[in-house]
Ligand binder design. Sequence first.
Ligand code: FMN
Length: 400
Amino acid sequence: MEKPKVVLGVSGGIAAYKACELLRRLTESGHDVRVVPTESALHFVGAATWSALSGHPVSTEVWSDVHEVPHVRIGQQADLVVVAPATADMLAKAAHGLADDLLTNTLLTARCPVVFAPAMHTEMWEHPATQENVATLRRRGAVVIEPAVGRLTGVDTGKGRLPEPAEIFEICRRVLARGVTEPDLAGRHVVISAGGTREPLDPVRFLGNRSSGKQGYALARTAAARGARVTLIAANTALPDPAGVDVVPVGTAVQLREAVLKAASEADAVVMAAAVADFRPATYAAGKIKKKDDQEPEPIVLIRNPDILAEISTDRPRPGQVVVGFAAETDDVLANGRTKLERKGCDLLVVNEVGERKTFGSEENEAVVLGADGSETPVPYGPKEALAETVWDLVTRRLR
Ligand SMILES: Cc1cc2nc3c(=O)[nH]c(=O)nc-3n(C[C@H](O)[C@H](O)[C@H](O)COP(=O)(O)O)c2cc1C
């Protein structure tokens, strides 16, 4: 089978060196990658590096190998074009259709999905000119990944950092797998909760659960690759931030409720994948609870936590919003799922059976997605991303 053809465009930002790792990940996972840097990019990483790592010649302009018409062919033959880092200048040129070097020509001739990973100082990113260029590119079907917040060139910090190459690679993989040039969640804002809440007993102990957050993170990654603006409310996870996703860390069920309600007021869809504790200790001991040799331990008294899924399902923070819940069951899975769906009032409920190699902590899952309309969509055992894609398929149908 022919390897998928990827064009890696690199423009002249300080993060150009990170594109070497993206290139490595793409080639090692079986992609044929042609690197097209700009003249400015070569000030940061030389042509020899791109050429040696990709196994292809490297040119910045349209006047080399003219007999092969590279200014047209490279774009025409590509299955995916990813520009990382994308400078403010490159976004402007792409939005306005300029074609004064090989990369801008390639962007005009490509008919495959296009991903931009912008990186620049916060002021450049927030400038209305850049924001309008980004909006134009998104309207035309490009996936423009939101930059991360963090250390920028020099001592500055803020929004504008290139997301981690491993996470940009994940977006590329998802976009290539879908192969569509019109991301169906473009212009949509989705809120996802992930992980498991921890309910403190004292400063060193808590009641928790075994959720790793992997399913919620898979939902966030796939939604970003489908063009959505994503807010991920993450409860006690230890996973890297997905590219282009706004991550809000929380600890307890009460904190998770507050964060979800705040973000959900302007969301098109809310997916509650987090394992939220039903109960919390009635009291919190300010000092560590001590073991006393001559006494039995005090019983732990529990009180109910708020039912966030039921609350947002019955009183939608935004009209027309789609609400999705998750249920992990150990027996009578479908019957319990159907009862839970009715009790909560959500639109979709993903029901999975807790078991070996699936659900908590695993990379795989198997589930049935129940719809309030009576539908049942089985998702066979496979990567959590596949379940995430099915959830978004069902959500987009309900958003239309
Ligand atoms: C040290 C240095 C770092 C730069 N980093 C960035 C950056 O991260 N993002 C950006 O948009 N521009 C950055 N620039 C400015 C671009 O290099 C400049 O706009 C250039 O014209 C971009 O050309 P290109 O888009 O054709 O690659 C930087 C410039 C210098 C000198």
